[in-house]
Design a protein around this ligand. Structure first.
Ligand SMILES: [Zn+2]
Ligand SMILES: [Zn+2]
Length: 284
């Protein structure tokens, strides 16, 4: 339920839908049969909101305020659709039955045909529509919704906020709000297998031979990475637990994989050339 959550503005209940839940959303579509149920309470449609967040916001989670357009109960008529100060009247055409019977003459004889009353739309009542909502009982408005985005979401994640979709008609329950998450790229860090991060580090050939300590960007900030002597170009070094918290299990974290690129000078001259030639002599 939505009650009993006072105090914490970010306490909307939500469910997680990972990207592989590719199917349709519950409650969307399904317009058939609505015409004949015009007077009954119907559940409101689900609403979609597209949320773009930064790379690190997705990694560690964040709190967002969404300005969401959706149908809300009309305050003028409290959802009835009936103009304030008036009340519905029994339909004069069908006498409140919602149906009219017509006699159809055919060569085989006369048949009674029952159809929905056009004058009242099958409801059996006529009323003066509320001017604020045109008789629908709902108006489209923007509402600010506080959403806690959990650590580990990725592009394609969907968050469901129960009961924050469109209001139902005639007192029916509201639909849900589905927040579709999009995550911006980071210039250095790439996610893979949802919880791991890859990046590259570039060092000169001398440091590849001798080994070095290199500053490396991680989701936790800049960290020293020890590159061992004799590291090979294209080698991958593992930085354990520097990856992304697992969605729904934030204590579990992935790793960061750092691929080493080695630069070799296109040309050497002077002292450097002499030294390389001396090395070449040594190794023969
Ligand atoms: Zn009628
Ligand atoms: Zn109204």
């Amino acid at each position: 339920g939505m009650g009993g959550m006072g105090g914490d503005p970010f306490s909307n209940p939500f469910d997680l839908f990972e990207s592989f839940f590719g199917g349709g959303m519950g409650g969307m579509g399904g317009m058939g049969g609505r015409q004949s149920q015009r007077n009954r309470p119907t559940q409101g449609d689900d609403e979609r909101f597209d949320l773009q967040i930064e790379f690190l916001e997705a990694v560690f989670g964040c709190e967002k305020e969404l300005d969401c357009m959706r149908l809300e109960e009309c305050g003028e008529c409290t959802g009835s659709g009936v103009k304030a100060g008036t009340s519905p009247k029994t339909c004069g055409t069908c006498g409140g039955q919602g149906q009219v019977v017509a006699t159809v003459r055919t060569p085989l004889g006369n048949f009674q045909q029952v159809t929905a009353c056009n004058a009242c739309g099958g409801t059996g009542q006529t009323f003066t529509p509320c001017s604020a909502c045109g008789g629908d009982g709902r108006v489209r408005r923007s509402k600010r919704i506080s959403l806690r985005v959990p650590a580990g979401v990725d592009s394609g994640s969907r968050l469901r906020v129960r009961g924050e979709g469109n209001a139902g008609r005639k007192g029916g329950p509201p639909g849900d709000l589905y927040v579709f998450v999009g995550v911006k790229d980071d210039p250095d860090l790439k996610r893979f297998e949802s919880i791991n991060v890859s990046s590259t580090v570039t060092i000169p050939y001398t440091k590849a031979i001798l080994g070095t300590m290199q500053k490396v960007r991680t989701v936790d900030g800049t960290v020293d990475l020890k590159i061992p002597a004799g590291v090979q170009p294209g080698a991958t070094l593992l930085m354990a637990k520097r990856g992304v918290p697992k969605l729904g299990q934030p204590n579990v974290r992935g790793d960061q994989y750092v691929t080493v690129k080695v630069t070799i000078p296109k040309s050497v001259s002077g002292k450097e050339k002499e030294l390389v030639e001396e090395l070449e002599g040594l190794s023969n």
